[in-house]
Design a protein around this ligand. Structure first.
Ligand SMILES: *[C@@H]1O[C@H](CO)[C@@H](O)[C@H](O)[C@H]1NC(C)=O
Ligand SMILES: *[C@@H]1O[C@H](CO)[C@@H](O)[C@H](O)[C@H]1NC(C)=O
Ligand SMILES: *[C@@H]1O[C@H](CO)[C@@H](O)[C@H](O)[C@H]1NC(C)=O
Ligand SMILES: *[C@@H]1O[C@H](CO)[C@@H](O)[C@H](O)[C@H]1NC(C)=O
Ligand SMILES: *[C@@H]1O[C@H](CO)[C@@H](O)[C@H](O)[C@H]1NC(C)=O
Ligand SMILES: *[C@@H]1O[C@H](CO)[C@@H](O)[C@H](O)[C@H]1NC(C)=O
Ligand SMILES: *[C@@H]1O[C@H](CO)[C@@H](O)[C@H](O)[C@H]1NC(C)=O
Ligand SMILES: *[C@@H]1O[C@H](CO)[C@@H](O)[C@H](O)[C@H]1NC(C)=O
Ligand SMILES: *[C@@H]1O[C@H](CO)[C@@H](O)[C@H](O)[C@H]1NC(C)=O
Ligand SMILES: *[C@@H]1O[C@H](CO)[C@@H](O)[C@H](O)[C@H]1NC(C)=O
Length: 819
C-alpha cells in the first residue's frame, strides 16, 4: 500500500461516555481509534461513534442525534458488524477512503468513493447536517467532497439530503429499511426515485411495488400533495433535469422543530417531527396511509375512492372481470372493458378529473405534443387506452399515453392543480354514457322544476292578491305598461338632430335606425318604426316586453322606448362597430377580422342564442337571425338585436305554425319557408347559415359558383363530402386561422343546416361542440335546400324586388304568406 502525505482525521472529541476519553483534534494516520468504548465525534447536533442496537452484541459505526436518544440516522457497516469491542476507524493509507478495521485488521467497511482520485490532504468531518464527509482541505471549493455519507443513506432521509439520481455519475441515493429494530442490516424495503419516463418515488419490497407517489407533473407528484414552503413547514425542492433528478426537503429557516424522514422495517415511510423541548417524535404523515395508497389495490382498470363504499370501483365503461370475485371483494382480477375497443372510427374519451395517474408500465411520453395532438395520436394507435398532459403547469402541456391496462388509479383531488386522465372508450360506450348522464340530469331537472313550480305557484298567488289590491287604487288604462324608462319625444328629436338622414345607421325590418346622443352624452340607437310598417302596436309591445326581460352580454340592451301619438320608437344602446355583415362581406382587407375574432363572435352569437332558447326565463325563438342583426360593440362583442319577429314559446310547446312566414332569405329553414313551422331548430338553421357565411365571407343568398348552381350551403356540403372543406374558408382568414377549429366550425355549421329539424343539434349542443375540441361530432346529412337552382333563379334578389340594399342593410327582412 502506498503511503502518501500524512492524511488526518479532524474529529472533535468530547468526552461523553465512560471508558476512553481522548481529547484530540488531529489523528495521525498511524493512530488507530479503537472502539472498546464509544468513540464519539461530536458536532453541535450529531455524533459519530460505535453503538449496539437493543440487546444485540454486534457493534456498528453510526451517526445519531447528540441530544435526542435512540435515533440512529446512519450506519456505516450495517451488513458487516464488528463482533467484539475493538474497531479502528481511519483514513486509508492511500488517502482516498474512510475505512473501518476489526481486531484482525481486516477492513469490514470502507467508503467506496466513485472517484478513484486520491485525496492529497483529506479531512474527515461530521457536519452539523449529520453528513460525514471526506473533503479536501486545500480545495478552493469547500463543497468538494471525496465522499459523503449523504450519498449513501440507510433508512433515514435528513434535511438537505438528496433522494434520487445524479445522472452524470449514475449515483442513486435511496433509502433501505433495516431488517429489524435490533438489526440495521439491509432490509426488504427500498424507497427510491424511479426515473423511467417521468420521475416518481416508489416504495418497493423485493421486486414488487408497495406504493408510488405517481409521476411528477411539473407541480407535484400526481398522487401526493407536497409540503411546500407556501403550505407547510418544509421547504421542498424537486429537481428534474439532464444532470439530476432528486427531491430534497428542509425545514424553513427559524423553524422550531427537528425533522427526519424514515423507512421503517415494516415498509412504512414516515415524516417525523420533534418539537423543540419535546422528547416525543410525532408523525407528520406516513405512507402507505390508506388502502388506496397500496399499489394496484383495486386491480387493473379500477379506481380507488377512499370515500367510496366500496372503495374500489371499475373505471367508467369498464366492468369487473369476475363479478363473483368482485362481489366478495376479491379485487385481484380487476376490470375489463364492457365493450372492447375495435379501433373503429368514432372512439372517444371520457375525462376523469382529479386522479393519480396510472402507473407508467407501457406508455409513451412526448413533451412537445399538446393535449389535442395527444388525443389524435392516441386515437391513431389502436392499443392506446388513455392519455393525459404530462405537465400541468400553464394550462397543461406534453403528452403521456398509456397502452393496455391502467393500473393504480386513485381519486386524488388537489385544489388548484387537479390532474385529468382521458380514458378511451368505444363509440357505442360513449353514446350510452352520454344517454345515461342525460337521464340523470333530466331527473334532477324534474325534481328541481317540481320544487320551483310550487314556489312559483305560491309567488303567483301572492302576486295576484297584491295586484288585486293595487288595481283598486290605480287608475285604469295602464294594463300594458312596460317597465322601462319612457323617453320624451322632444329629447329624442334633439338627440337625433331632428331625425337627420345623416344620422341613419341603417334600416331594420320596420324602419330606419338613427344614431343619437342624449344630453347626458350617452350614445343611443333609435329604431323609429315607420307608420306604414307592418310592425303594428302588437309587434311593438311584443318586442319591448320581450327585450325588457332579457339581459345577456350577447343581446343588445334596450334602454327604453318612446310612444307619442303614432310614433313608436325603441331606444337601444349604441353599438360602435355597426353590424356583422359589414365585417364579413366587405371585401376590404382593412375591415376584415382575424380568425380568433371571428371565432369569438361565433361563440358570442351562439351563447346569446343559447340564452334565448334555454337559459332565460322564457324560451324565445328569434326568427330573424342574420348577419345584419348581429351588432358589434367597441370590443367587437357580438349582440343579437331586432326582436320584432321573436316569439315566446310557452310551456312545453316544441314547435308552432304560422300563416305569416317572416324572416330573411337565405336564413329561413326549409320547414319554415314551406310549411310555416318554426321552432328553436329554425334559429339553429339560421345560425348554421351565419356560421358558414362568417367562415366563407360569402352570403348564402345570391351565392354564385362557376361550376354549379348550389347555394352556399350546397357548396359547403359538396366541399365537405369531397374532404376539401377548408377550401370554403375565406382567403382573408388563411393566415390567422386554426385549421382544426375552422374544420370544426364548418362541421357544426353543416350540422345546423341539415334539412330535417330533428337532425339539427340544439344550440346547447352547438356551444358544447364549438367550445370543446374533444367532443366527437356526428356526420352531417344533406343541408336544407340541397337542390341546384336553375340559373335564372340564382339571382333571387330581383324576384322579390328587394334590391335596395346598401352595404350596411343586407338581407332586408321580408314577409310573405305561406300556404
Ligand atoms: C496502512 O498503514 C499501516 C501503518 O502505517 C499499516 O499497518 C497497514 O498495513 C497499511 N495498510 C495497508 C492496507 O497497506
Ligand atoms: C506510520 O507507520 C509507518 C510504519 O510503521 C512509519 O514508517 C511512518 O513513519 C509512520 N507515520 C507517522 C506519521 O508516524
Ligand atoms: C475480522 O473480519 C474478518 C472478515 O470478516 C473475519 O474473518 C475475522 O474473524 C474478523 N476478526 C475479528 C477479530 O472479529
Ligand atoms: C448540467 O451540467 C452541465 C455541466 O456540468 C452544465 O453546463 C449544465 O448547466 C447543467 N444543467 C443544468 C440544468 O443544471
Ligand atoms: C428553499 O430552498 C431553496 C433551495 O435550498 C432556497 O433557495 C430557498 O430560499 C428556500 N426557501 C425558503 C422559503 O426557505
Ligand atoms: C429568523 O429570525 C430572525 C431573528 O428573529 C429574523 O431576523 C429573521 O428575519 C428570521 N428569518 C426568517 C426567514 O424568518
Ligand atoms: C429548534 O431546534 C432546531 C434544531 O435543533 C434549531 O436549529 C432551532 O434553532 C431551534 N429553534 C428554536 C426556536 O429553539
Ligand atoms: C412503522 O411505521 C408504522 C406507521 O407509523 C407503524 O405503525 C409501525 O409500527 C412501524 N413499524 C415499526 C417496526 O416501527
Ligand atoms: C382472490 O382470487 C384469487 C384467484 O383469482 C385467489 O388466488 C386469491 O387468493 C383470492 N383472494 C382472496 C383474498 O380470497
Ligand atoms: C420539441 O420542441 C422543441 C422546440 O420547439 C424542438 O427544438 C425539439 O426538437 C422538439 N422535440 C421533438 C422530439 O420533436
Amino acid at each position: 500500500m502506498l503511503m502518501e502525505k500524512a492524511p488526518c482525521l479532524f474529529i472533535f472529541f468530547f468526552c461523553a461516555m465512560i471508558t476512553i476519553c481522548i481529547a484530540v483534534d488531529t489523528i495521525t494516520p498511524n493512530q488507530s481509534i479503537d472502539g472498546t468504548g464509544t468513540l464519539i465525534s461530536s458536532g453541535k447536533i450529531f455524533e459519530l461513534g460505535f453503538f449496539s442496537p437493543g440487546k444485540s452484541k454486534n457493534r456498528y459505526l453510526g451517526i445519531w442525534y447528540k441530544t435526542i436518544p435512540d435515533v440512529i440516522v446512519w450506519v456505516a457497516n450495517r451488513d458487516n458488524p464488528l463482533t467484539d469491542s475493538f474497531g479502528e476507524f481511519r483514513i486509508s493509507n492511500n488517502s482516498n477512503k474512510l475505512v473501518l478495521l476489526n481486531r484482525s485488521k481486516v477492513i469490514v467497511w470502507s467508503s467506496n468513493s466513485p472517484s478513484s482520485r486520491a485525496g492529497k490532504n483529506p479531512v474527515a468531518q461530521l457536519l452539523d447536517s449529520g453528513n460525514l464527509v471526506l473533503r479536501e482541505v486545500d480545495s478552493m471549493n469547500s463543497e468538494y467532497y471525496l465522499w459523503q455519507s449523504f450519498d449513501y443513506p440507510t433508512n433515514t432521509h435528513l434535511p438537505g439530503m438528496k433522494l434520487g439520481w445524479d445522472l452524470r455519475t449514475g449515483l442513486e441515493r435511496y433509502l433501505t429499511s433495516w431488517k429489524s429494530d435490533e438489526d440495521p442490516s439491509t432490509g426488504d424495503f427500498t424507497y427510491r426515485m424511479d426515473i423511467h419516463g417521468l420521475p416518481q418515488a416508489v416504495l418497493v419490497m423485493g421486486s414488487s411495488i408497495k406504493f408510488r407517489t405517481g409521476a411528477w407533473n411539473g407541480v407535484r407528484f400526481s398522487g401526493i400533495q407536497l409540503m411546500t414552503s407556501t403550505n407547510g413547514a418544509l421547504n421542498f425542492t424537486f429537481s428534474f433535469n439532464e444532470n439530476e433528478s432528486y427531491y430534497m426537503s428542509e425545514p424553513l429557516v427559524n423553524s422550531t422543530f427537528t425533522t427526519r424522514f424514515t423507512l421503517n422495517h415494516s415498509g412504512i415511510i414516515q415524516r417525523l417531527i420533534l418539537e423543540n423541548k419535546s422528547t416525543q417524535w410525532g408523525i407528520m404523515y406516513s405512507r402507505p396511509y390508506d388502502p388506496c395508497d397500496n399499489y394496484d389495490y383495486c386491480g387493473v382498470n379500477a379506481i380507488c375512492r377512499i370515500n367510496g363504499d366500496p372503495i374500489c370501483g371499475c373505471l367508467e365503461g369498464f366492468t369487473p372481470r369476475s363479478q363473483q370475485k368482485w362481489d366478495v371483494l376479491n379485487l385481484s382480477k380487476g376490470c375489463r372493458r364492457k365493450i372492447p375497443l375495435t379501433c373503429e372510427k368514432g372512439d372517444g374519451f371520457i375525462d376523469l378529473g382529479g386522479v393519480k395517474l396510472p402507473d407508467l408500465l407501457d406508455f409513451r411520453l412526448d413533451k412537445n405534443r399538446s393535449l389535442k395532438e395527444c388525443e389524435l395520436a392516441c386515437l391513431k394507435d389502436c392499443s392506446c387506452s388513455a392519455y393525459a398532459n404530462s405537465d400541468i403547469r400553464q394550462g397543461g402541456s406534453g403528452c403521456l399515453m398509456w397502452f393496455g391496462d391502467l393500473i393504480d388509479v386513485r381519486e386524488f383531488k388537489v385544489e388548484g392543480s387537479d390532474q385529468a386522465l382521458y380514458i378511451r372508450l368505444s363509440a357505442s360506450e360513449i353514446k350510452s354514457i352520454r344517454a345515461e348522464k342525460k337521464k340523470k340530469t333530466l331527473k334532477l331537472i324534474l325534481i328541481a322544476s317540481v320544487i320551483s313550480g310550487l314556489c312559483i305557484l305560491a309567488l303567483v298567488l301572492w302576486c295576484i292578491i297584491w295586484r288585486l289590491r293595487k288595481t283598486k287604487v290605480r287608475a285604469q288604462g295602464m294594463d300594458d305598461v312596460i317597465e322601462l324608462p319612457l323617453f320624451d319625444m322632444a329629447a329624442i328629436t334633439v338627440a337625433t338632430n331632428n331625425f337627420s338622414p345623416a344620422n341613419i345607421l341603417g334600416a331594420g325590418g320596420f324602419g330606419p335606425v338613427h344614431k343619437g346622443k342624449l344630453l347626458t352624452g350617452q350614445e343611443i340607437a333609435v329604431k323609429r318604426l315607420s307608420k306604414e310598417s307592418r310592425q303594428g302596436a302588437k309587434e311593438f309591445k311584443n318586442e319591448v316586453n320581450l327585450i325588457a326581460k332579457l339581459q345577456h352580454k350577447n343581446l343588445v340592451a334596450l334602454l327604453g322606448c318612446c310612444i307619442q301619438g303614432d310614433e313608436k320608437m325603441l331606444i337601444y344602446e349604441y353599438m360602435q362597430n355597426k353590424s356583422l355583415d359589414y365585417f364579413i362581406f366587405e371585401h376590404k382587407r382593412s375591415s376584415r377580422l382575424s380568425w380568433k375574432k371571428s371565432f369569438d363572435i361565433v361563440m358570442g352569437i351562439a351563447r346569446g342564442l343559447q340564452y334565448l332558447h334555454h337559459d332565460s326565463k322564457l324560451q324565445i325563438v328569434h326568427r330573424d337571425l342574420k348577419a345584419g342583426n348581429i351588432l358589434l360593440d367597441a370590443n367587437m362583442t357580438p349582440k343579437i338585436s331586432d326582436f320584432g319577429l321573436a316569439r315566446i314559446f310557452e310551456g312545453d310547446e316544441k314547435e308552432t305554425t304560422t300563416k305569416r312566414v317572416v324572416g330573411t332569405y337565405g336564413y329561413i329553414s326549409p320547414e319554415y319557408a314551406v310549411d310555416g313551422i318554426f321552432s328553436v331548430k329554425s334559429d339553429v338553421f339560421s345560425f348554421g347559415v351565419l356560421l358558414l357565411e362568417i367562415i366563407s365571407g360569402k352570403q348564402n343568398r345570391g351565392f354564385n359558383h362557376p361550376n354549379h348552381h348550389h347555394s352556399l350551403l350546397g357548396h359547403a356540403w359538396l366541399l365537405w363530402s369531397e374532404r376539401k372543406a377548408l377550401e370554403l374558408m375565406d382567403p382573408y382568414l388563411k393566415e390567422s386561422c386554426v385549421e382544426s377549429q375552422v374544420l370544426r366550425c364548418i362541421h357544426v355549421g353543416l350540422l345546423c343546416v341539415q334539412k330535417y329539424s330533428k337532425d339539427r343539434p340544439t344550440i346547447n349542443s352547438v356551444v358544447v361542440m364549438l367550445s370543446n375540441e374533444g367532443v366527437k361530432l356526428p356526420q352531417p346529412k344533406h343541408p336544407g335546400f340541397f337542390i341546384e337552382r336553375s340559373s335564372s333563379t340564382v339571382d333571387q334578389g330581383s324576384s322579390f324586388g328587394n334590391n335596395e340594399e346598401s352595404p350596411s342593410v343586407n338581407g332586408v327582412t321580408v314577409t310573405f304568406h305561406g300556404r
